[in-house]
Ligand binder design. Structure first.
Ligand SMILES: Cc1ncc(COP(=O)(O)O)c(C=O)c1O
Length: 437
């Protein structure tokens, strides 16, 4: 038995008590519970990279605005299902100033996190045409969106984009779309878990094909403006956040406030539907929903039946942060840039100790440093590597559960790691290397 930073008997006991046959197949929440138990039993603080949660405090601007709204009495009043007017106006401005897109406020809708945004959009987009009954996930991706499909009884297909970057993406996408059954394409960019960012050329391919095959694209911008290779944080000034919306009218953007504004606890996000898609009528919708209109169905059927709108004060909190960002008085990237800086250092520590990056290129460019990165250690499967790293006080999740075909890989999230832990990380990785070289 190797000498490891965490006593092996404690790790083994924790794994046994978790009831998980293979730790790497557990859900993120199960892994969180397991690490909590091992930390408690061993008294050793882990390098916790398993969960994608913000590692920063929520901005005071949002909190103050919520308190003020509560004091004014919003708690006793039902919010409008489609969102408070002032928030809708600021979302529309935000989309113009940071993405350079024109979308009318009416078509900018708050949701209870992007989680609800995707659920509501799937409910409508995936049931708008009887022949188009399947979603295409451009993976790797956020596993809960597939769980939403299971819950809704919807079909999906997926492929790992790793081998299909650049022009190769066209043929691959067309091999699915030409069958005629794809209602909706889904991806995130920057991507959870791989942190790949689609290039303009790739977005153009996705957009052109979406129009050609009349497929809706759900572009998940949970990490909007967080490709720190470019400064997307100056209102009204290029460069703007890249988007498929420049290449097709068939788009729905989901913009979470959880990471970019460190506002995960308030569960408030934005659904932005293209002006033309919002008003389009799909006869098949009328059979199930109260109307055939796409946008109206999302609000009056999907969101109404899910939660009848979004918590009132959270809407005012988001509104205040967006207004300050739009007015140029709140540079929301200043704080979160720290994620990119930490990722750069942490990646180097892993690579120095024999690890390699799984997803490492955007076409011809090295990947950005951001919220996540992906690693493997030659000779290990992802499942085994994840378990082995527990003995070294390091936690991550396997790429298996994200639709990635790179089963040797792990996803590491930088957000919860403090700089003062870098030394521990270095020592633990060195120990790992010594024991496995
Ligand atoms: C790609 C992606 N989409 C959506 C979400 C969910 O966002 P929200 O917290 O707004 O529900 C996350 C959260 O981690 C994510 O990574």
């Amino acid at each position: 038995m190797f000498n490891t930073p965490v006593p092996p008997e404690i790790v083994k006991k924790g794994i046994q008590e978790s009831g998980l046959e293979k730790v790497g197949r557990g859900s993120i929440r199960e892994i969180v519970g397991l690490i909590n138990n091992i930390e408690q039993a061993s008294g050793i603080r882990f390098i916790r990279m398993e969960m994608g949660v913000p590692g920063l405090d929520a901005p005071g601007i949002g909190i103050e605005a919520e308190i003020e709204a509560l004091k004014k009495g919003v708690a006793s009043k039902y919010p409008m299902i489609d969102g408070v007017k002032e928030l809708k106006n600021e979302i529309s401005r935000f989309v113009k100033l940071f993405i350079n897109l024109d979308v009318t406020p009416e078509h900018c809708i708050p949701s209870v996190g992007s989680m609800q945004g995707s659920m509501a959009t799937f409910m409508v987009s995936c049931q708008r045409d009887v022949k188009k009954d399947t979603t295409l996930f451009i993976d790797p991706g956020f596993p809960v969106q597939k769980r939403q499909h299971h819950v809704l009884g919807l079909k999906y297909e997926s492929f790992d984009v790793y081998n299909y970057r650049g022009e190769k993406l066209r043929e691959k996408l067309e091999s699915f779309l030409a069958k005629g059954n794809i209602s909706t394409m889904v991806y995130s960019s920057p991507n959870n878990p791989s942190w790949i960012c689609f290039s303009e050329r790739e977005l153009q391919i996705i957009g052109e094909l979406a129009t050609k095959y009349d497929t809706v694209v759900i572009e998940d911008l949970a990490y909007i403006a967080m490709d720190f290779r470019n400064d997307y944080g100056r209102p009204g000034e290029a460069p703007f956040q890249p988007t498929v919306a420049r290449y097709t009218d068939n788009f729905v953007l989901l913009i979470s406030s959880s990471k970019v504004f460190s506002y995960a606890g308030q569960r408030v996000a934005m659904i932005v539907i293209s002006d033309s898609l919002y008003s389009r009528e799909f006869p098949h919708l009328a059979g199930r929903f109260s109307t055939a209109r796409f946008g109206y169905s999302i609000i009056q059927d999907a969101i109404y039946s899910l939660s009848a709108g979004v918590g009132h004060s959270a809407q005012y909190g988001l509104r205040a942060m967006l207004k300050a960002a739009n007015d140029g008085t709140f540079n929301f990237l200043n704080d979160i840039k720290e994620y990119g800086e930490k990722a750069k250092i942490m990646k180097e520590l892993f690579i120095k100790n024999g690890f390699k990056l799984v997803y490492d290129q955007d076409e011809d460019k090295p990947l950005a440093d951001g919220f996540y990165f992906t690693i493997f250690y030659p000779g290990f499967s992802g499942l085994d590597l994840m378990e082995e790293l527990l003995y070294y006080g390091i936690s991550a999740i396997t790429l298996d559960i994200t639709g990635s075909k790179r089963s040797e890989g792990l996803r590491a999230c930088v957000s919860q790691i403090k700089r003062e832990q870098f030394n521990d990380l270095r020592q633990r990785l060195e120990a790992f290397r010594r024991n496995h070289s």
